[in-house]
Design a protein around this ligand. Structure first.
Ligand SMILES: Nc1ncnc2c1ncn2[C@@H]1O[C@H](COP(=O)(O)OP(=O)(O)OP(=O)(O)O)[C@@H](O)[C@H]1O
Length: 255
């Protein structure tokens, strides 16, 4: 689905942030990316959404090389939820509707079908009750629902999420993670999400990509016991694991 080949990127000359990175994301799966602060996770997502252009290497979504596609065409293939998104000065409903822009011709308004899609996106993500509120008036959790509603409405096969649960309480965190799972299971979306919470990553992903210093450090399936060794060597902390009745894998830091 997403293939990144030989990618290098520097924000400043001679200070590479991503170096010769190869990454292949399987269609229909949820992939979590984790790694130390500053190792380049957000940069990888920005490159995959073509917000940034790599200095070397190629990026493909399906068979299409994104450097040969228009911005609108890319926005029909990939949507992204940013870390610390700016708060737009508009109502929640207008934010959700704006997600249809890649499909619109310049002067046409929204079609009946698009209005219905937006309604459905707001219904599914529980945004309807505050749809007429300005984004600045919403809580962090409500705002994140609106951004997810936007993602539902953009309706792209590939979805990139940069720390979708930061600043959210544990209840809202799990609600948001269930919405993400719903996008994958019921709408067949391919999802790549950056998560610092390794337990959430293990619970909700099919594959865990660990990054370090702008490269891939290791890739594990969530049931792989070798995750402990990778985490220990990558983050420099002792961890132990635990499996519950469903055989889900959790890691705990040890003092
Ligand atoms: N706009 C920018 N201009 C210059 N340097 C940047 C910019 N954005 C990121 N960087 C630098 O690039 C490196 C990688 O940043 P990035 O945000 O991709 O890391 P990250 O792994 O997502 O970090 P975190 O876990 O802290 O969110 C860091 O050293 C950061 O300071």
């Amino acid at each position: 689905m997403l293939k990144m080949e030989g990618i290098s990127y520097s924000y400043h000359k001679n200070r590479p942030v991503i170096t010769d990175l190869d990454l292949e994301i399987e269609a229909g799966k949820i992939t979590a990316i984790a790694g130390p602060n500053g190792c380049g996770k957000s940069t990888v997502l920005k490159l995959a959404s073509r917000l940034l252009k790599p200095q070397t290497g190629e990026i493909f979504i399906g068979e299409k090389n994104i450097s040969h596609m228009s911005k609108r065409a890319v926005a029909r293939e990939v949507s992204m939820l940013f870390q610390n998104s700016q708060i737009p000065d508009m109502t929640a409903q207008r934010v959700v509707m704006a997600a249809r822009y890649p499909y619109q011709s310049s002067f046409a308004g929204y079609t009946k079908e698009e209005e219905e899609m937006s309604e459905c996106a707001m219904e599914l993500t529980g945004c309807k009750e505050f749809r007429h509120k300005n984004m600045a008036e919403l809580s962090g959790g409500e705002r994140q629902r609106v951004f997810l509603s936007m993602i539902y409405n953009q309706d792209t096969p590939l979805i990139l999420l940069d720390e979708p649960t930061t600043y959210l309480d544990i209840h809202v965190t799990y609600e948001i993670m269930e919405l993400i799972r719903n996008l994958n299971k019921n709408r067949k979306k391919t999802i790549v999400m950056v998560l610092h919470d390794l337990n959430l990553a293990l619970q909700y992903s099919d594959s865990l990509v660990l990054m370090n210093h702008g490269s891939i450090y290791n890739i594990h399936t969530p049931d792989d016991d070798r995750i402990l060794e990778s985490i220990k060597s990558l983050f420099g902390i002792e961890v132990r694991n635990f499996r519950d009745n469903q055989n889900s894998f959790y890691c705990f830091a040890q003092n």
